[in-house]
Design a protein around this ligand. Structure first.
Ligand code: C2E
Ligand code: MG
Ligand code: MG
Length: 568
């Protein structure tokens, strides 16, 4: 028996079809043939199975070869298509070849048939292989190797297309960005292959709760995205987010170990939060960042979260230059000891004096700097400037502790302690001259790394304070595990102390902190009445407009000499 070949013959003459089949058998093939004579039957034949080759008569009573060719090319571009006709003229034949037929024969003259079939089958196979490898390359270019999910490129393509469709159809759509909390810790503790397994499981869980046309993508690392290309109501996004959070509530088992997965989801909705893919991506990112900071599971983008308005984006581009060109400056705000009434230290607060936009407050550039990786040079600049000023004061006989604020990313920088040690020696300063302020959420975002870096810093003799205490979720007792010496109660509690509830919180926080051996600083003290109340509560130090606003170094030097709070 010869090689099986699946042949579809479009022919109204059974006899002609039979001649063709005999010719193939003579040539050593075992043709499994089907003869059809209408477009419906041809369609049905193409639906039913795959074919190796198609022969077609040119003119049939209810159909013609040109139509058959068009139909085939739409459905199977690789399949060889050969005309076998009695009536086909030279011109028609050439035209047919141009429209994609592979060859043609005059009925009764099938001498070339076998070599042609062999050649066409070979070429069809080559075309198929080529197409497959093209598809594979395309798949690789658009998918993530670890999870087989669509990657960032595909997500961006689909996002763009969805925005256009939503614009056209006048309906909302949403983009969700999420990343796993503490993935690095899991990865480091359990090893990379278990970390990879976890990512695959998360990808699978996400895919299981989100169906077409929604798209789940992995953007890299522990970052995933979900595209909801069509929402009936914007509010529907809440249900989807809850479904995701619910799906990931149960711990994922890795080699018998239950691993809790927590994630922060940021949501941006078209058209409310942006009309192009870049804006939506970036706003979902801002929201995700907020979700992670607050530990709330998810956050929907709000303008007030945005540190990235178009103006800010331009500014961010300029921030690097500003750092290099010394457009940044520090203001210093004193902290006073409530028992002695003396200044014990100052906090260095970054300012940006922009040539065009004027004064820009730190809340508008610190977070974007953190997101864009500029926080490292920014923090280094601040540390240098603060320590240089501390040196200058020492030379004027003013011994004062200068505190610098650190961001979350700084705590992941294992080189920071060495860098600070080097700077202290450059400026010939004792480590006790420097204080570092870190918010509790910055620590809680990545406790393992934070504790390591903070422990090294505190062993060097640097004082570490928890900033904005009360705004995060950490309990006071969890702070005892950290190498911190003081606690700064967030100004929102201090400013709100007229309310009994806040006053009670402040009072009990002070008591508990003392119990744990921590020094307590109140920030945001705007009035003498507040100061008295804080004194009565046993608060150790205070900082706020009532004492002094943050001011440039020269102004502070003057203030130190003139104010009743100043140097005694
Ligand atoms: P923070 O560390 O909590 O600094 C205290 C903020 O409260 C300062 O705002 C200060 O001007 C303000 N403040 C002080 N006293 C009062 C008061 O009596 N009433 C009120 N309403 N506000 C008061 P500022 O300078 O705008 O800084 C905001 C935040 O930006 C800082 O909060 C800090 O988290 C961050 N930041 C500032 N400089 C740097 C820096 O160099 N590096 C990093 N990573 N963050 C910085
Ligand atoms: Mg601070
Ligand atoms: Mg603060």
């Amino acid at each position: 028996m010869g090689e099986i070949i699946r042949v579809l013959i479009i022919e109204d003459s059974q006899e002609d079809a039979e001649l063709l089949i005999q010719e193939l058998i003579k040539g050593g093939y075992d043709p499994h043939a089907l003869v059809v004579d209408t477009s419906e039957k041809m369609d049905g034949a193409l639906d039913r199975q795959t074919w190796d080759i198609v022969f077609s008569d040119y003119s049939l009573p209810h159909f013609n070869g040109g139509q058959a060719l068009m139909l085939l090319r739409k459905r199977s571009p690789d399949l060889p298509f050969i005309f076998v006709s009695g009536t086909i003229g030279e011109e028609v034949a050439v035209a047919a070849m141009r429209t994609g037929a592979n060859d043609y024969f005059i009925k009764g003259n099938l001498k070339r048939l076998i070599p042609t079939v062999e050649r066409e089958l070979d070429q069809a196979k080559l075309r198929r292989d080529h197409r497959q490898s093209e598809e594979m390359v395309k798949h690789l270019a658009y998918h993530d190797a670890l999870t087989a999910l669509p990657n960032r490129t595909l997500l961006e393509d689909r996002l763009q297309a969805s925005i256009l469709a939503a614009q056209f159809g006048n309906y909302p759509m949403a983009l969700l960005l999420m990343d796993l909390n503490r993935f690095k810790e899991i990865n480091d503790t359990l090893g990379h292959h278990r970390g990879d397994f976890l990512l695959q499981q998360v990808g699978l869980l996400l895919s299981n709760v989100l169906f077409e046309p929604n798209l789940v993508a992995r953007l890299g690392g522990d970052e995933f995205a979900v595209l909801l290309p069509k929402l009936t109501e914007k509010e529907d996004v809440h249900a989807v987010v809850h479904k995701i959070l619910h799906a990931l509530e149960k711990p994922i088992m890795i080699e018998g170990l239950p691993i809790e997965v927590e994630l922060g989801i940021g949501v941006a909705i078209y058209p409310d939060h942006g009309a192009n893919s870049e804006t939506l991506l970036q706003r979902a990112d801002v929201a995700m960042y907020t979700a992670k900071e607050t530990g709330n599971g998810y956050a929907i983008y709000e303008d007030k979260l945005n540190q990235y308005s178009p103006r800010r984006l331009v500014l961010l581009g300029e921030l690097r230059q500003a750092i290099e060109k010394n457009e940044l400056l520090l203001h210093f705000q004193p902290k006073v000891d409530l028992e002695s009434g003396c200044v014990v230290g100052v906090e260095a607060l970054a300012r940006w004096q922009h040539a065009e936009h004027g004064f820009i407050p730190p809340n508008e550039f610190v977070l974007p700097a953190e997101k864009s990786g500029l926080i490292k040079p920014l923090t280094q600049w601040v540390l240098h400037a603060a320590l240089r000023q501390c040196r200058t004061w020492q030379e004027q006989g003013i011994r004062i502790n200068v505190a610098v604020n650190l961001s979350r990313r700084n705590l992941q920088d294992a080189q920071l302690p060495d860098l600070i040690a080097e700077m202290l020696s450059t400026y010939r300063l004792e480590p006790t001259c420097l204080g570092l302020e870190i918010t509790e959420s910055a620590i809680m975002a990545d406790p393992a790394n934070a504790v390591e870096v903070l422990t090294r810093l505190s062993r060097m003799g640097i004082q570490i304070s928890i900033d904005d205490f009360g705004t995060g979720y950490s309990s006071l007792s969890s702070l005892t595990k950290l190498p911190v010496s003081s606690l700064k109660i967030d100004k929102s509690f201090i400013l709100g102390m007229a309310e009994d509830k806040n006053a009670m919180i402040v009072h009990s926080t002070i008591g508990l902190a003392h119990h744990l051996g921590l020094n307590v600083v109140a920030e945001g003290v705007e009035s003498g009445a507040l100061l008295e109340k804080l004194s009565a509560f046993g608060c150790d130090e205070a900082q706020g407009y009532f004492i002094s606003r943050p001011v440039p170094a020269e102004d502070l030097t003057r203030w130190l000499h003139e104010s009743s709070w100043g140097l005694k």
